[in-house]
Design a protein around this ligand. Sequence first.
Ligand code: MSP
Length: 488
Amino acid sequence: MEKFYVTTPIYYVTMKPHIGHAYTTIIADILARWHRLKGEEVFFLTGTDEHGSKVQKAASEAGKNPQEFVDGVVEFYKQAWKALNISYDKFIRTTDDYHIAIVRKFIKKLWDTGDIFKSKYEGWYCLPDETFIPESEVQDGKCPYCGRAVQKIQEDAYFFSLSKYKDTLLRVFSEDERFVIPKSKANEMVSRLNGEVKDLDITRQSIDWGIKFPIDETQTIYVWVDALANYISALGWPDGEDFKKFWPADVHIVGKEILWFHSVIWPAMLISAGVPLPKTILAHGWWTVDGQKMSKSLGNFVDPVEIANKYSVDSLRYFLIKEMPVGEDGDFSESALVSRINGELVADLGNLLSRVLTLVDRYKGSISGEIEVDKELDIEKVSDMLDNYNVTGALEEVWKFIRSINKYFNDKEPWKLEGQELSKVLNNSLEALRIISILLEPFMPSTSLKIKEQLGVGEEKLDKAKFGQFRGKVKRGENLFTKVNAKV
Ligand code: MSP
């Protein structure tokens, strides 16, 4: 049986998830559901990054000890993923004992390879990004990536020989087109690799909230090394059954700001430890909200659960995927969301189902007839796009099909037809809707289920997405989506 292993980044538990976190997780969910739909065995991993100075600081600001603090915040993530219908197979927390043990084992492995050495770190650190910033990159005392103030640190530290892997990594990038998608983001990494690559500080002396460094227990493992290892600790590296079955990962999904960690630092450590590389790292862009970056100072974080409660989960899932193709940046606004709900979800899909089912209700005869709408759907194209992580393109293809069935239904004017002619139009429309319900499952699982219930068909895998004789027992239900009238 084919296997598919997909991961999200593990999120810092400093605050509730916002739509940026939801976006990454929804893409992963779509891919996991798609591969399950194809009948594959899927492992979908998500979780939380709970150590390090950023979390420690947030805990102390909240007046809690770090463990108590993370135990509280992690619940926001679990609840959000439940509300958004995220079908993860495992939720990892970096404070889990098994993870801690495996990270220490992983570090020992790098040490045994001779890739770790002791030195001193003297330089800058961006706390919100948990990133060491070279002197040459600091801009007016600020982090070049996030624009926030950096702090000077000076401490004994252990380093990983990242520079040693520069050429090997450049080769991986040039030989494997799929190593980083999209290409533009791969190019950015290659040009950075072609510049100076420094060895990486992998311990912190002044931070307690973390995993003790096994070579020198006075040091704490740098939070990024701890975090990256989650992708293999979750599978029980090196001997776990899941590790043997699912590694290497098919795809790590990440935001563009953490691509260097995933496509350079993580692979270098894996090569050092003798572990095969992930097949693909998929980098996506950033959401702004009403044209502005989301930030604490603006207080403009959009809570995905609130949006889902207000408009429906599937409206949010649909909007995020349709609005921002993977790799590009996008803007979130409630007015854009509402216009997609009214103009696409209600007008294209909701109305189609309700119009077809109204007519079926009225028509008492048996439904059958030759298929004439199959040419409107290029299922191979949808499939190819999803296999190549183009979730937006695939959803657009499905939508084209929905629109073509609307047009077919309008053009045929079945309300004026009778007998066999009517029966045929209904058979075509119902079969199209059944296939739409299968193809929409990864994107909008609860809408897909509602369509199936109204069509009176069961859960079906992709191999049933073929036109034929409609066999469901139709039962009209509520509208799939509600038109939003209020101005937002
Ligand atoms: N803990 C690290 C990841 C470790 S993975 C081994 C981290 N966590 S995070 O909480 O900051 O979440 C980062 C992820 O959230 C990004 O990769 C990105 O997927 C997502 N986003 C956070 N803000 C975002 C936007 N404004 N827009 C889109 N996604 C962004 O980094």
